[in-house]
Design a protein around this ligand. Structure first.
Ligand code: ATP
Length: 485
């Protein structure tokens, strides 16, 4: 199946099985906004919990916070988002469709590469990166025109000039119109960490190096919203700011680059589906930056960003708030004196939770076909989700709805649901119920049949191999617990 087909099949599957729905679908939806259904929200929570644990529980020097989405408007002046959080855009005059310039050129390069014009593709990307680095907008327009890059809708080359658009959403705070003030929906969670740096450092008596982690919603008015939950206008980030001594940033940048890749692998993402991409054009706050990219069904794209943000943010907040943001480091330096006062440097790790959900879903989805013993073909759709993040861990299925089997099944359900998410179902043939559990990625099913009444054993069925084995009913909870941990 072509990759784009696999992707649209995955999107349809996510809807059919309660993972992801278009937001406000009954009103025809809202572009680039999505809702997570009963299984999607649980999968997302399980991934978020894994991240939270890996950051705040397994690192003694990292603590978590939960800052508000609304922040004082000066935050965004200080951080540079009001002046700099813009993307260069271009409109096609015939279709009125607006494109992010880098996306338009990248798509052209991908098409050229697919046609075998590798040199041209590389050349165009190289020129684009050079022009973006110096914000040469007339140069970018010329690059588009020289290569006759066309609008996907009008198929013409009739372009406006390249212009900048700010990506922040604004709203009003305050009940009376005259007293209200413009505030922004945060475009990243990081600033909630920076403005709380002093609070956390002092109340937690944190010693450098230390980190502050946070998960939460972020909002960006993405002009070109595409690729399902890859690029949304409301999304969730999991960010960690690691505060360090100035001059040590490259060492910590390397450290977190490795650690974060290892974490993705621990979540079941194959190492060869991940790669680093160093930024050529650095954001206004960074002295080094890279993306951890994943090979999505539509190509290699950013999953997580690692940024060395220097002391830019804390310095700016010190300037705008007029509050001293300094750390006194009494460790002894090479000259035998304490390092003394400084504004800490920061290495940031920032991963999109929704992109991670998409990563996990696209790796898990499989359409499997095989020949049965009688020579006929059988098939199933299976989500091979890693058991530790699967939304439902165990399905408990009485073979039939009578003879006391549901009662035994419900007793097992009541026992197991204390430890992990279970699903009880007594309707339909057992094979059908197994298929439904395969489609949502439930790793284990237990069937209670008449033999259970005689010898207290049940059949456990494994999602991936479809193998079945009998075991004593009192061992089910322990076995599943072992396998999901
Ligand atoms: P991109 O280049 O794809 O727009 P970015 O470089 O602007 O992403 P960052 O500002 O580094 O992204 O944000 C950190 C992480 O947040 C990204 O790696 C990504 O996983 C996630 N993210 C950013 N924008 C979106 C979005 N619109 N929808 C979903 N996730 C997003």
């Amino acid at each position: 199946m072509a990759e784009t087909n696999i992707f649209s099949t995955l999107i349809a599957h996510c809807k059919e099985y309660g993972f992801v729905f278009q937001s406000s679908e009954i009103y025809d939806g809202l572009s680039a906004v999505y809702d997570y259904g009963q299984y999607g929200s649980q999968l997302k929570k399980n991934i978020r919990d894994e991240w939270w644990k890996s950051m705040t529980q397994l690192n003694e020097n990292i603590v978590g916070i939960d800052a508000a989405i609304f922040m004082h408007p000066t935050t965004w002046k200080a951080s540079g988002h009001i002046d700099n959080f813009c993307d260069p855009m271009i409109d096609n005059k015939d279709s009125n469709k607006r494109y992010r310039v880098d996306h338009l050129i990248e798509t052209f390069a991908e098409e050229q590469e697919a046609l075998g014009n590798k040199d041209l593709a590389a050349e165009v990307i190289q020129s684009m990166e050079k022009l973006l680095m110096v914000n040469d907008y007339p140069g970018l327009k010329k690059l588009i025109e020289d290569n006759k890059i066309k609008c996907a809708i009008s198929k013409t080359c009739n372009w406006t000039d390249v212009r900048e658009f700010n990506l922040m959403f604004s709203t009003q705070i305050g009940s009376v119109a005259e007293e209200s003030e413009t505030i922004y929906l945060r475009p990243e969670t990081a600033q909630g960490i920076f403005v709380n740096y002093l609070n956390v450092q002092k109340t937690g008596r944190m010693k450098i190096p230390f980190g502050i982690a946070q998960t939460g919603k972020a909002f960006r008015n993405e002009i070109v919203a595409r690729q399902f939950i890859f690029r949304m206008r409301e999304f969730e980030q999991m960010e960690m700011q690691f505060f360090i001594r100035p001059g040590t940033q490259m060492q910590w940048f390397e450290y977190w680059k490795e650690e974060r890749r290892k974490w993705h692998v621990s979540l079941g993402i194959p190492n060869d589906k991940l790669r680093y991409h160093n930024h050529v054009k650095l954001a206004h706050y960074a002295d080094a930056a890279l993306d951890i990219e994943f090979e999505f069904p539509f190509g290699w794209k950013e999953l997580e960003g690692i940024h060395s943000r220097t002391d830019f943010d804390l310095k700016q907040h010190q300037l705008y708030s007029k509050k001293k943001i300094q750390y006194f480091d009494n460790d002894i330096n090479e000259d035998g004196r304490p390092y003394g006062n400084y504004i800490p440097y920061v290495v940031e790790t920032s991963v999109g939770l929704d992109r991670l959900v998409l990563t996990i879903l696209s790796l898990a989805y499989e359409e499997e076909k095989w020949n049965k013993e009688d020579g006929t073909e059988d098939s199933r759709v299976v989500m091979r989700l890693p058991p530790k993040i699967a939304p439902i861990k165990l399905a408990i299925l009485p073979l039939i709805k009578k003879d006391g089997l549901p009662e035994i099944a419900k007793d097992l359900m009541n026992e197991c649901k204390q430890s992990f998410h279970c699903f009880y179902e007594e309707k339909d043939a057992i094979g059908k119920r197994y298929r439904r559990m395969d489609a949502i990625g439930t790793p284990f099913c237990v069937t209670i049949d008449h033999q259970t009444k005689e010898d207290n054993t049940v059949t456990i069925r494994y999602r991936d191999s479809m193998a079945q084995e009998r075991m004593p009913i009192e061992e089910v909870r322990k076995i599943v617990e072992e396998k999901i941990n």
